[in-house]
Design a protein around this ligand. Structure first.
Ligand code: 4HQ
Length: 251
């Protein structure tokens, strides 16, 4: 599962340029019995299997011997939900050991003794932690200086995790009768930046209002929202002559 991921695209380039360093540890290689068993039936009975502690301990210790200052992170739906702030803090870590369970999960004693952090990529159930680990790796890798092209890196961070992005357009100018907003063709970069901030804010309000709750807005951002508010008020005012409904007089 990991081989293609580490070879392709921007992650592949970052590995080649040694901007990031990745290794995969197969827990089966650390099994202690002759059949190289990594799972067993749960104490107390019930369905499903549990990952045996010895192979996991061996794999984690082996990873630690290569990268002693790494943080050990278990992928589990019980964990704190991963977000952009968590990605930023992981990007500052010396290294990450991402522990991927299968079946019902890992023996609790591994969690207690080896795991620094439990993380979930969202409230849904996967069959293993591997895809979740790739999500973490991708979001963290793109924050490592030099991994993204110079064009991308600086600009992207102003919005990421804070606001929904403004709309994006490329050629053709008219697609199936639908034209690109003319401001984007004006060549006026001050106006274009203003439009993008306005669209970013208003799209956040419409699509992800939760992102605006409790957020400290700049004077410019507040002015944009006030302008929209005034526009909406004027539309309502123009209706007032025939407004006798229960909301009449609403501020
Ligand atoms: N898992 N975010 C590991 C997840 C999951 C998630 C299911 C991980 C089962 C054993 N991991 N096991 N959501 O659903 O990280």
């Amino acid at each position: 599962m990991f081989q293609l991921f580490f070879q392709q695209g921007i992650i592949g380039r970052a590995v080649t340029k040694q901007q990031i360093d990745v290794s995969v540890f197969n827990i089966r290689d650390f099994a202690t019995d002759k059949h190289r068993v990594t799972d067993d039936r749960p104490y107390g009975g019930g369905s499903g299997m549990v990952m045996k502690p010895e192979p996991l301990a061996g794999a984690i210790r082996s990873a630690k011997s290569i990268s002693p200052d790494s943080k050990t992170v278990l992928l589990t739906p019980q964990g704190r939900t991963f977000d952009q702030a968590a990605a930023r803090s992981y990007a500052d870590c010396e290294g990450l050991i991402l522990v991927c369970g299968r079946y019902e999960g890992i023996d609790e004693r591994i969690d207690h003794r080896f795991v620094d952090d439990e993380v979930s990529i969202g409230d849904y159930v996967l069959m293993g932690g591997e895809l979740a680990a790739m999500v973490i790796m991708e979001s963290v890798a793109r924050l490592i200086p030099g991994v993204l092209g110079a064009e991308d890196s600086a600009e992207k961070d102003t919005f990421s995790g804070n606001f929904v992005e403004h709309a994006h357009y490329t050629r053709p100018y008219v697609f199936e009768g639908d034209a690109v907003p003319d401001i984007l063709l004006s060549g006026n970069h001050g106006k274009i930046d203003e439009w993008r901030l306005e669209m970013s804010l208003i799209r956040t309000f419409l699509k992800r209002p939760d992102l605006l709750k409790g957020k400290q807005l700049s004077i410019q951002e507040i002015d944009i929202l006030k302008k929209w508010c005034a526009d909406i008020k004027n539309i309502i005012k123009a209706q007032s002559s025939r407004d006798t409904g229960p909301l009449s007089g609403c501020q």
